[in-house]
Design a protein around this ligand. Structure first.
Ligand code: ATP
Length: 608
């Protein structure tokens, strides 16, 4: 607990933020005033009551002018208004402290998540991770708010009330109130802990139902393809039924908690009042004293009533903050060396030297890979699916470090270069382009945030995209939908090509860059891609061998090993794996072309 407080204290008492610190001090001063007033208001009630029955119990310190009973009643009313005003002022002043902590922690978590490595993100569900962060941030806000604005003031109030009971009356009242509050607190904590279990169950069922509904809606088309709406509904309803049961338990247990709390407090209150009643009858206390005890205790009951809720929120907040801090403590797998160089290349020679790699330390994905791509040259990597082609590009980007060997750019190991400068110099058109749920303009500009409209239209032209954009009523401002789903696979890939053109890096990775395009568009784009590739060191990863014919060198890999290298012609002559793949693909392509020319009525027959 102390560790946790140490960890989140800097967010509440931030270094160099005099404004925040002075707000905390001011809120505390107002809090003390508000609490003094809270215990003084019942006094005006007592004095008014005594004055009404003809007793003057107002201490001589108070000015004579307000001695009349009516003035005392008005003072009571004004005191109450002032008390609320102080409390609200305190909350308003304090609001910035909590919200500042939320913002600081939110920003830190966000940048930390971006710093964590690809492996971390692939291992976790993004939705769940987002929730941990969201809850942790809210947790710090609710702890700060509830502890400082509620728990601490209540403790103050209890101390003030206790002192009054002891000084004005005697120790028996203090004893009854202390025992009442101890029993009250004990009961609330015990019972609230039990309720936390129900609440957790309720939350996990709610989360489950949410996930199912989200997953089902994301897979809308698949659900329709398989006509499985009823099954999806049943799965969702099962989670909802768990939620229903847990919610009922949560609500019924709340009624019991409320009843128990009121019963315990009322017993304590009644005992004090009985004691006071006796003393009024024996003439030791005035009726005003009887009223004062009642008013003081009833006022104390108000914050105590929230104690169950506060206990639950604070313990939930602590759990949430702990989970968030455990994520914040994870060290990124890939980090820059303290003396890492920030490099800017105009041209780049890339060498893979004895590179071996495994994702999990058990299964070897790349085994002793060696190649050099001279500056400005192109290297194509081909091979069966799962051979390790895309892994080579992930290593070049340094999403992972090699298990053995080294990757060298212009004589420098990538581990000696800052990740920022390394990635700035590599552009990629990936296999699966995912776009931001924003406009086409935003997605294109992502390649170079500072680019102007002319530059953007220029790359859109070069990627055969401008005609398409002009055909949309909203033009560049067309929204592309979640993950870019409103664009076809080929259109998304053209956006990816355009933004890489905008980035204009000296190293280019084309990972199946034209796989989603039709033959005609592919031919058109290939021209712009090859003109783009001319000045750059290019790695082309491809399934379709027709796209790599012109590469300066071709690497054939199978099961993580280089099995053949050479130009297209040399490889055909070798009559190895490449030649086999080439002839299979040629046969398939010819068959497809023949099929295209078959009349539709025969096509139907063929499909039977
Ligand atoms: P394709 O042509 O189908 O894209 P590829 O040759 O590009 O295949 P890679 O994506 O490099 O293949 O994957 C090589 C192997 O590594 C595959 O067997 C894959 O299952 C495995 N692999 C890829 N990513 C991970 C990962 N993050 N963790 C564990 N194994 C992985």
């Amino acid at each position: 607990m102390i560790n946790l407080i140490n960890e989140f204290f800097p967010y509440i008492w931030p270094k160099g933020r005099v404004d925040i610190k002075s707000r905390i001090v001011l809120a505390f001063i107002i809090l003390v005033f508000a609490k003094i007033l809270t215990v003084l208001v019942p006094y005006s009630y007592k004095w008014a009551t005594d004055a009404l029955v003809g007793d003057n119990t107002v201490p001589p310190l108070i000015p004579i002018a307000i001695l009349t009973p009516i003035m005392l009643i008005i003072a009571f009313g004004m005191g109450r208004i002032l008390m609320v005003a102080f409390n609200q002022l305190r909350d308003a002043i304090f609001a910035k402290v909590g919200q500042n902590a939320v913002r600081q922690l939110g920003r830190l978590s966000f940048s930390h998540l971006h710093n964590l490595s690809l492996r971390f993100h692939l291992d976790r569900r993004t939705g769940a991770l987002n929730r941990v962060v969201e809850r942790g941030i809210k947790g710090i806000e609710s702890i700060v708010r509830l502890a400082i604005l509620n728990t601490i003031p209540t403790i103050f109030e209890f101390i003030f009330v206790g002192l009054i009971l002891l000084i004005q009356f005697d120790w028996r009242y203090l004893l009854i109130v202390t025992i009442t509050i101890i029993v009250y607190t004990f009961f609330t904590i015990k019972y609230s802990s039990l309720r936390i279990v129900y609440r957790k169950r309720m939350n996990s069922n709610d989360e489950d139902a949410n996930n199912k509904s989200l997953d089902s809606l994301l897979n809308y088309e698949t659900v329709k393809h398989f006509n499985n709406e009823k099954i999806e509904e049943k799965r969702f309803d099962e989670s909802m039924s768990g939620y229903e049961q847990a919610s009922i338990k949560t609500l019924t247990s709340l009624s019991f908690l409320n009843f128990g709390q009121t019963a315990i407090f009322t017993i304590g209150l009644t005992l004090c009042m009985v004691l006071s009643g006796y003393e009024v009858m024996s003439g030791e206390q005035t009726i005003g004293d009887f009223v004062l005890i009642n008013a003081l205790l009833i006022q104390l009951a108000i914050p105590l009533n929230f104690f169950g809720f506060i206990y639950r929120e604070i313990s939930q907040g602590i759990t949430d903050i702990k989970s968030l801090f455990s994520i914040l403590k994870i060290k990124p797998e890939i980090t820059d060396k303290s003396d890492a160089l920030s490099m800017d290349f105009n041209e780049a020679e890339i060498t893979f030297k004895d590179v071996s790699f495994s994702y999990d330390g058990k299964r070897k994905i790349l085994d002793n890979i060696n190649f050099t791509i001279p500056s400005g040259a192109s290297l194509a990597i081909v091979g069966p699916t799962g051979a390790g082609k895309s892994t080579i590009s992930r290593l070049l980007f340094r999403f992972y470090d090699v298990s053995k060997g080294s990757i060298i750019i212009n004589g420098k190991d990538v581990r000696d270069i800052t990740q920022g400068s390394l990635r700035k110099n590599i552009g990629i058109v990936p296999q699966d382009t995912v776009l931001f749920n924003d406009t086409i303009l935003y997605n294109l500009k992502y390649g170079k945030i500072s680019s102007n409209e002319d530059e953007i239209w220029d790359v859109a032209d070069r990627a055969q995209l401008s005609k398409l954009i002009k055909s949309f009523p909203e033009g560049m401002n067309t929204l592309v939908g979640e993950r870019g789903l409103k664009l076809s696979g080929g259109e998304k890939q053209r956006v990816a090509i355009a933004r890489t053109l905008l980035k204009n890096p000296p190293i280019l990775v084309l990972d199946e860059a034209t796989s989603a395009l039709d033959t005609l568009t592919e031919r058109e784009i290939k021209e712009s891609l090859s003109s783009l590739a001319q000045k750059r060191t290019t790695i082309i990863i491809a399934h379709r061998l027709s796209t790599v014919v012109g590469a300066n060198n071709i690497l054939v890999i199978d099961k993580g090993k280089i099995v053949e290298t050479g130009t297209h012609k040399q490889l055909l002559r070798k009559k190895g794996l490449y030649a086999d793949m080439w002839s299979t693909q040629q046969t398939i392509q010819k068959a497809e072309e023949t099929l295209k020319n078959v009349k539709p009525e025969y096509k139907k027959l063929l499909s039977h």
